[in-house]
Design a protein around this ligand. Structure first.
Ligand SMILES: Nc1ncnc2c1ncn2[C@@H]1O[C@H](COP(=O)(O)OP(=O)(O)OP(=O)(O)O)[C@@H](O)[C@H]1O
Ligand SMILES: [Mg+2]
Length: 344
């Protein structure tokens, strides 16, 4: 990328958010996100409906982003678009639109790893972690503990062996009949619940490795609800307040305890003083509370993105793309969508 070329247009369509952002020298000038509501009635993302909604939304969202930034396409220096991981049909919309836009305007194009976008969501804030730092990426499809040695250089310390933490939130919410996505609902109900009411399991919390597991916890909640006839009926909750709030708070606490303990241990073992928590579940209020108090006890600086940058957004993708472009990288027009793309 030529010096002075710094206005990046980023595109994110990996799942059920259509988002376009514009960054100038790494600062957000616009970040427009639309979440597709069409999936709510199915209790999960329907891939074909997601692709169709992206096709419908991509141009109006890009125009809205340009208007918010006060730019026209002529002002844009480069295009970044997410090419994986995600739903292939959804990825193809943003990736192909981005490639076509870059080609038609003769601009550099860079494909972005969505998970690298999550890692760099924290760099959209003024206060940035120092390298090396530990990054816990905790989202709908991932629970990864990453050692970020230097810019764009990662060592994977551990990951979930089964469900991602966000997936566990969503599945438990479904069992309780409190809606989709479940994370924000459980977070809300848990605020007035007792986190010590039920002792759900903390899988691998004391194990030597840095891997996670949430399927045992999910099954423990299932058996707890089944044995008490509290499983949702016709998508509606059977458990009522205050019991419902206690179940949410106890489940949430089990997830939070595991995430915080593993991350604390990784920071100690690697002698790292800066820790970032990113991805959709990093929006969780209890997770933020417990991480913050653990960090102050251990003299660790902890960083959370603002809520807008926790779940999927194009600003984080544009930032990661910008770093790659500054590093001299571009992607060919032949770049394909990679649904199971890894960060390392
Ligand atoms: N306040 C919250 N508490 C707990 N979980 C939350 C909260 N807000 C959002 N989530 C969870 O975050 C997840 C969505 O995050 P995100 O958009 O980063 O995931 P994704 O893009 O689908 O997956 P990935 O990034 O792994 O590909 C959902 O599982 C949702 O329930
Ligand atoms: Mg995501």
């Amino acid at each position: 990328m030529k010096p002075g070329m710094n206005k990046i247009l980023g595109i994110e369509t990996s799942c059920d958010e259509t988002s376009v952002a514009i960054l100038s020298e790494g600062r957000v000038c616009a970040n427009i996100i639309t979440s597709q509501i069409v999936h709510k009635e199915y209790g999960g993302v329907v891939p074909e409906l997601a692709s169709r909604a992206h096709v419908k939304m991509i141009v109006p969202i890009m125009n809205a982003a340009l208007a918010q930034a006060g730019f026209s396409l002529k002002d844009i220096d480069a295009i970044a678009a997410v090419y994986g991981p995600g739903l292939v049909g959804a990825l193809l919309v943003g990736l192909n639109y981005g490639k076509a836009l870059a080609w038609s305007r003769q601009l550099p194009f860079i494909g972005v790893n969505h998970m690298e976008g999550h890692v760099y969501s924290i760099f959209l804030e003024d206060e940035k972690p120092e390298y090396p730092f530990i990054c816990l990426t905790v989202s709908g499809g991932h629970t990864d503990l990453i050692y970020v040695k230097e810019p764009l250089t990662y060592e994977l310390l551990g990951r979930t062996r089964d469900d991602a933490a966000g997936e566990a939130f969503d599945k438990v919410a479904k069992m309780l009949g409190i809606g989709y996505p479940g994370g924000p609902e459980i977070d809300k109900l848990a605020r007035t619940g007792n986190p010590d009411a039920i002792n759900f399991p903390r899988s691998y919390a004391q194990a030597e490795h840095y891997d996670f597991s949430f399927s045992g916890l999910k099954t423990a909640v299932l058996y707890y609800l089944r044995d008490r006839n509290l499983l949702a009926r016709d998508g509606a909750p059977v458990a009522q307040s205050p019991e419902l709030n206690d179940i949410c708070a106890s489940f949430q606490q089990a997830v939070v305890d595991t995430l915080v303990e593993k991350t604390r241990r990784a920071a100690t073992d690697y002698d790292v003083k800066h820790v970032a928590i990113v991805g959709g579940v990093s929006a969780n209020s209890r997770l933020r509370e417990v991480f913050t108090s653990m960090a102050s006890r251990n003299n660790i600086h902890v960083y959370f993105p603002r809520l807008e940058y926790c779940t999927d957004n194009a600003a984080m993708a544009a930032y990661a793309g910008w770093l790659r472009l500054l590093n001299g990288e571009t992607s060919p027009a032949s770049l394909a969508a990679v649904p199971n793309l890894n960060i390392v």
